[in-house]
Design a protein around this ligand. Structure first.
Ligand code: NAP
Length: 873
């Protein structure tokens, strides 16, 4: 019995409650917006007792009428409600007869008499696409953009007898993006959110909770209706005002100008903006009086008037297209070659239909809505379609100026200009600088770009297309690996074989690895406390950050580029990368390959130049949302400060290190010697995780040194030796060298001529010495002893550093190895190995070696943000 009673109560408090507080509504309006509001209200449980909309046009019913008629809802199509200012009695009576409790007016172009507005017991609510009291009047969205407002939005308000002056029920707002147009604002916010808000507003009225907030007079504005006749562009004003004017009219009514005596409608689309600095404006397309649209860039080039001869197969396709067009233009009996799609009555919905129908018939054709606007007559459309099918309609070819060099049995072709928005171009001020080949001192010129053109870095999407591009890019890098490795060798002084295997080899692997992530970035669902009687679900979305900057050092120019760029792109961002000033050439060659790989323009931009100028500009830039940095600790600190002060951009810092390597007496000594040497000398010691200090247990110390010195002497001068250390590009300052020599008795330092230095071993190094504390970034082994069995003692010495990038331990005792690895304060610990990095393993430091990870899944999260979404249902 008790159980039965509980059941009844529970039923009452859930599903039964949903049936309460529902209204009988009259919907007065039109268009898709009206249709969606109608559907949403019915879904919410309200009853639409009458739909009042506009009469059919050319035999076609308005979308609101179409859906309501299907449902059997009474539909009225009065052409007008008033004559000479007086309500038409029969119309008003017909309206009153439906018995509505509230009038909902989602999009109403007719003048509705006050007797109707005030008739229902709750009155009337209206949608208006501006944040009232701003932009009252019929062209609110246009004026929001024309006036350069930073916020757009809409209001649902109570109708009164003024013009958009009634009390506010609810309002919602969004940011206006620099390239928003009327279309984008409407489609991404005002339309979808507006529908939801109308439904929400009706429920508030039904629940007796709808506010009536009087509109303030302060900030109120009323602007006239924008028509074609008053949409002429005044070219005598700043670029931003022109940009706002054009986008404020796009696409309806369409801004226009007279160019060479011809009236041209001008349109800007998302992704095209102003370069404020040079006060110029990029126009994407022009449309002439006859309705024909062309890409603006082709305005000055003579049109391609030659038409292509169709093959039999293509003629068949043309006929299929003719059938599609005929189905859409039902009012035209015969589709001639000259039949113009728009002049024959097609609207924007018909464009979508045409494109979809053709795609269905000819799978794989790259066709977009815009193509229909560009080729409006049937014949033009077929010609465009056939050229597209034949691949003749390709993007303009990449133009590259190269510096060339005959070397390594090949002729290197090295781009040297900045790479911006898919093009190689000179620096804005034409400034160049010399980049030196450390093996012979010869120089090449590279352009230094001072302005970070962030507007050219466009948003991209994580998608299959990106995945395919990244795979293609990796393949292309492999195809060009000898060329890339040779450029790396002459630009950074890398040993060719190592450049081939590591600098280039791991870069290729990195792109392949992250290509696999492109379509696997996903959030999670999270159980949260329920808010009874409703239930909730929380899930997270992983979103790209937008435009990211990447600043990298000179020791692994291509690999550092790959580690950061691949993760950044896989996460769906675009990037502006500054290579080290002294090693820009592989980055620019890489840029050339990205175009061949099909990576869209503007996704990758490479700006060579100095850290103080280009790097600093990127750190300060207000439109960049993330900076990924690899380099020294002092510069890392400066970057973090600039990122904080400018716009609090997200930062990850991969900084310097002084990584300890502990060699216990119970190790495999042969292996410890071999790996101990490569831990220091790999890539000539120009390695951030190079073992900066070796701690060797006393009982094996002398033997260890004997073997190491023997190997070192043996391999000096032998450039083909496995860890290729005898040549080095060495950035030591001379005072450091002095300090090294005066503080250490047992040292052997010798320099080759020029930029290179031979490998060096220091023994008996004490903890207070300069070389025990500072990163050497060269082929310098620093060895200290520790007492037999003093595990905790050596651990505390190993951790006594502000760096924490990597570390290592050699021992056969697994318990000791695990004990030590747990206590070493470093982002990476190698046990019985060293330098074993992998594209799938996260890499990054602790303490003043920075934060954030490169490589592995964790690297993706450096370039993503997490949004938590909570739904009540
Ligand atoms: P760096 O002097 O810090 O330079 C790194 C990059 O920062 C260069 O592109 C540099 O430009 C730029 N830069 C300089 N000043 C800047 C500023 N004010 N704003 C923005 N960018 C600026 O380092 P490096 O000497 O090239 O490289 C060696 C360091 O990198 C070592 O400490 C090494 O340990 C570290 N590193 C760390 C990792 C890791 O993963 N943790 C990997 C490799 C290297 P310029 O070219 O004009 O100097």
């Amino acid at each position: 019995m008790l159980w039965a009673a509980n059941t009844v109560i529970r039923k009452f408090s859930t599903s039964y409650a949903k049936l309460q507080n529902k209204l009988n509504l009259a919907l007065i309006g039109q268009s898709l917006f009206g249709q969606e509001v109608y559907t949403g209200l019915r879904k919410q449980g309200h009853k639409v007792v009458g739909v009042f909309t506009v009469p059919d046009k050319d035999g076609k019913a308005d979308p609101l009428a179409t859906v309501a008629e299907k449902d059997g809802t009474p539909v009225f199509k009065f052409p007008r409600w008033r004559v000479k200012g007086e309500p038409i009695a029969e119309v008003v009576e017909a309206y009153k007869a439906v018995g509505a409790e509230l009038n909902v007016m989602p999009f109403c172009s007719q003048f509705i008499p006050m007797t109707v507005i005030n008739y229902p017991k709750h009155g009337s609510i209206i949608y208006h696409p501006s944040i009232l009291p701003k932009h009252r009047g019929a062209s609110a969205i246009n004026w929001t953009l024309i006036e350069g407002d930073k916020k757009a939005g809409f209001s649902v308000f109570w109708a009164d007898d003024g013009l958009d002056t009634g009390p506010i029920l609810l309002q919602k707002e969004c940011d206006v993006e620099p390239n928003d147009t009327v279309d984008t604002l409407y489609n991404r916010f005002l339309f979808p959110e507006g529908i939801k808000a109308m439904v929400e507003a009706v429920q508030l009225v039904a629940d007796g909770k709808a506010p009536r907030i009087p509109q303030p007079e302060e900030g109120a504005s009323y602007e006239g209706i924008q028509k074609k006749s008053n949409a002429k562009v005044n070219l005598d004003q700043p670029a931003e005002a022109i940009h706002n004017w054009i986008r404020g009219h796009d696409k309806v009514p369409g801004a226009w100008a007279v160019i060479q005596g011809q009236v041209c409608a001008i349109s800007v689309h998302a992704g095209v903006g102003t370069h404020k600095a040079c006060r110029c404006l990029q126009v994407r397309s022009l449309q002439f009086e006859d309705g024909k649209m062309i890409p603006a860039a082709r305005y000055f080039s003579p049109g391609d008037t030659t038409s292509v001869e169709l093959t039999e197969e293509e003629k068949k396709m043309a006929e299929e297209i003719r059938v599609c067009v005929c189905g859409i233009l039902s009012n035209v009996n015969v589709i001639e070659d000259t039949t113009d799609f728009f002049k024959s009555g097609a609207a924007s919905m018909d464009v979508v239909r045409l494109v979809e129908e053709i795609k269905e018939k000819c799978a794989g054709v790259p066709l977009q809505n815009e193509d229909v606007y560009m080729a409006t007559s049937f014949q033009e459309f077929v010609q465009m379609f056939v050229r597209r099918l034949r691949g003749e309609d390709q993007e303009e070819e990449l133009v590259v100026s190269y510096a060339t060099k005959d070397i390594n049995n090949m002729t290197l072709k090295m781009p040297y200009q900045c790479f911006i928005d898919g093009r190689f171009e000179d620096a804005e001020n034409g400034k160049t600088y010399d980049t030196v080949n450390p093996t012979d001192g010869s120089v090449s010129h590279t352009h230094e770009h001072a302005h970070a053109l962030v507007s050219s870095a466009r948003r991209t999407h994580r998608c299959l297309c990106l995945l395919l591009c990244a795979c293609r890019l990796a393949d292309l890098m492999e195809e060009h690996q000898e060329e890339l490795a040779t450029i790396e060798a002459i630009d950074s002084g890398a040993v060719y074989t190592l450049a081939l295997k590591t600098h280039v080899g791991m870069s290729i692997q990195t792109f392949r690895y992250f290509a696999g992530w492109c379509d696997k970035i996903q959030g999670t669902t999270i159980p949260i406390n329920q808010a009874r009687p409703n239930r909730n679900l929380t899930f997270t979305r992983k979103e790209p950050l937008g435009v990211c900057a990447i600043v990298i050092p000179w020791n692994y120019p291509l690999m550092m580029l790959a580690w950061k760029s691949a993760a950044c792109l896989a996460a769906g961002n675009t990037l502006v990368l500054k290579p080290a000033q002294v090693t820009p050439l592989t980055a620019l060659k890489f840029a050339e390959l990205t175009v061949k790989a099909g990576i869209p323009k503007g996704v990758i931009n490479i700006l060579p130049g100095s850290g103080g100028l280009v790097g600093q500009r990127l750190s300060d830039h207000p439109d960049i949302r993330k900076l990924g940095f690899t380099g020294s600790t002092p510069i890392g600190k400066q970057i973090m400060k600039s990122c904080a002060v400018s716009n609090l951009k997200k930062v990850s810092l991969e900084l310097g290190g002084k990584s300890p390597l502990i060699v216990f007496s119970d190790c495999d000594l042969d292996k410890a010697v071999r790996m101990g040497m490569s831990s220091v000398y790999f890539n000539k010691g120009e390695n951030c995780i190079a073992a900066g200090r070796l701690f060797v247990e006393e009982s094996i110390h002398d033997e260890f040194i004997r073997r190491v010195v023997g190997e070192t002497v043996l391999s000096s001068g032998c450039s083909a030796y496995s860890w290729e250390f005898p040549i080095i590009l060495f950035p030591f300052r001379s005072d450091t060298i002095e300090e090294v020599i005066t503080h250490n008795a047992h040292c052997r330092v010798s320099f080759c001529a020029g930029y290179f230095m031979e490998p060096t071993v220091f023994t008996d190094v004490e903890d207070h010495m300069f070389i025990a504390k500072e990163e050497s970034f060269g082929p310098v082994m620093v060895v200290s002893k520790f007492k037999d069995g003093d595990v905790d003692g050596v651990l505390s010495r190993a951790n006594d550093t502000e760096f924490g990038l990597a570390s290592g331990v050699f021992t056969r005792d697994i318990n000791k190895a695990m004990y030590v690895s747990e206590r070493l304060e470093a982002g990476t610990v190698f046990i019985n190995t060293y330098n074993k990095t992998d594209v799938a393993a996260p890499f990054g430091g602790f303490k003043q070696s920075g934060f954030g990870k490169d490589l592995g899944e964790e690297a993706l999260h450096e370039y993503l943000r997490t949004k938590a979404v909570t739904v009540e249902y």
